[in-house]
Ligand binder design. Structure first.
Ligand code: PLP
Length: 454
């Protein structure tokens, strides 16, 4: 009996797996708690054996011990970092993608999946006002998106200089001091420098700061790109994209917009104006696994001119020649990856099922709850709102509290299973931060948590 052979046991296992999945989709999930490795070791022991445990036992270990040791990021009071709140349609379709044995590496092997993924990418490109020729692919996350975009940007700068033998002393990218950590991580991988531009009193990166950073670059350093963030992960600040775009154009720099978290706000009419200037970007990332209701791992990466990316990323090898010669749209050409699952399909399916208006409404819903939360904080004498929220992040302080007090309050919420909020730091001082991407989060959810700070 080979394990690839379909049998009655497969049927039984399918029943249990589908039941488990349906239960999880139906229920209000507990937040659950992190568990130390030694405790998991005691409870579960070694799961991989020579003979195998069989489907029922393996699923039971997962359901009873492993899943409860993972936090439910879709819980309506999971406010830490950036949560994930996939639609039921998206989650269900992840099961279908898993069952379909599809590679969406090349058009040749994944035409149908890639066709659908490209329509989902097109929706985002249209929201951003990118040209008809824009395109890209879905990658694992914003980190991979930022790296892939900057690699394409540097490659273009190298070509413009006439090849690698004419490289400058150092390549550099300009980014705000509040840019995401993945930008400096990409720069380390690429062995390029990051010239940090300070943000203004409104916490946004402005054009003059970018121009100043370019003008004062160290001798022998050539700037090839500028990264603007829309919006920042800590506070949801959207940089002055129109200003940064003009400075980038004036200096012939690649203009990359990191909208991993916040560019979902493009779908919300009430804040669309904050993103003016995004249409000039050379590349853009948005993570549907953050505020566009797709399961992990799903980040959209778009280029104004996909040829720039293709020249930088296409892998050459004897066994790939027949694919590269076809001249078709191969997602493998647009990022630092090769084999890939069609990870954009759960997002595409949900968009197709519900329509784009539902997406706009769901983003607006989280914005409305955030604004109501800001009013609650402003009305509470013991709470200080750090800034009016522009996107769906509330940052505030409990008067007089130290980091230790924030931390123990945070621990007790998690122990009670009522919410997950972790302290952050703003302007060098501890603060609390609620990040909301879940349309099921209500103002009452916020009240319940804020009340415990009285
Ligand atoms: C989350 C985030 C990233 C990184 O995205 P991952 O999907 O976690 O790799 C990059 N930039 C910003 C602004 C983010 O909020």
């Amino acid at each position: 009996m080979g394990m690839h052979e379909y049998s009655e046991a497969t049927d039984e296992l399918a029943q249990s797996v589908f039941e488990y999945a349906l239960d999880r989709i139906r229920m209000e999930p507990p937040i659950d708690t992190p568990v130390a490795a030694d405790r998991l070791g005691e409870a579960v022991g070694m799961t991989i054996t020579e003979e195998g445990l069989g489907g029922a036992a393996a699923l039971a270990i997962f359901a009873d011990h492993l899943a409860p040791a993972c936090l439910s990021v879709d819980h309506p009071r999971y406010f830490a970092w950036v949560p994930c709140a996939p639609t039921d349609a998206a989650v269900l379709f992840d099961l279908v993608v898993g069952a379909s044995a599809m590679s969406a590496t090349w058009w040749f092997d994944g035409a149908g999946a890639i066709y659908a993924e490209n329509q989902a990418l097109r929706w985002i490109a249209d929201l951003a006002g990118m040209p008809e020729t824009a395109g890209g692919c879905f990658v694992s996350g914003g980190t991979m998106g930022n790296l892939s975009a900057l690699v394409a940007a540097r490659d273009k700068a190298v070509r413009r200089r006439g090849g690698t033998h004419k490289r400058p002393g150092r390549w550099a990218v300009v980014a705000s001091e509040d840019a995401h950590s993945s930008v400096s991580s990409a720069a380390r991988v690429m062995d390029v420098d990051v010239l940090l531009a300070p943000t203004g009193p409104d916490r946004r990166l402005r054009g003059d700061a970018v121009a100043e950073a370019v003008a004062t670059r160290p001798e022998g350093t050539e700037v090839f790109a500028v990264v603007a963030t829309s919006g920042t992960t800590n506070l949801g600040v959207v940089d002055a994209l129109d200003e940064v775009a003009s400075v980038a154009a004036a200096n012939s720099l690649w203009f990359h917009v990191d909208g991993a978290y916040g560019a979902a706000g493009l779908a919300a009419g009430s804040i669309r104006h904050l993103f003016n200037g995004i249409e000039h970007c050379d590349s853009l990332i948005v993570d549907p696994h953050k505020w566009l209701f797709a399961p992990y791992d799903c980040a959209a990466l778009l280029y104004r001119d996909p040829d720039d990316a293709r020249r930088a990323h296409t892998q050459e090898a004897g066994y790939l020649e027949s694919i590269n010669e076809r001249g078709e749209w191969n997602p493998s050409d647009y990022a630092h990856h090769l084999s890939r699952r069609p990870r954009g399909l759960p997002f595409w399916f949900s968009l197709t099922v519900h329509g784009t208006r539902s997406y706009s409404e769901a983003v607006e819903q989280t914005l409305a709850v955030t604004r109501a939360g800001a009013a609650l904080i402003e009305a509470a004498p013991h709470l200080d709102l750090i800034m009016e929220p522009t996107l769906s992040i509330l940052a505030f302080r409990r008067t007089g509290w130290t980091l230790e007090q924030y931390a123990s309050w945070s621990d007790s919420l998690l122990t009670e299973g009522s919410a997950l909020v972790v302290p952050t730091s703003v302007d060098g001082a501890p603060a609390l931060r609620f990040c909301m991407v879940n349309p099921r989060t209500t103002v009452e959810d916020l009240e319940v948590v804020l009340d415990t700070l009285a």
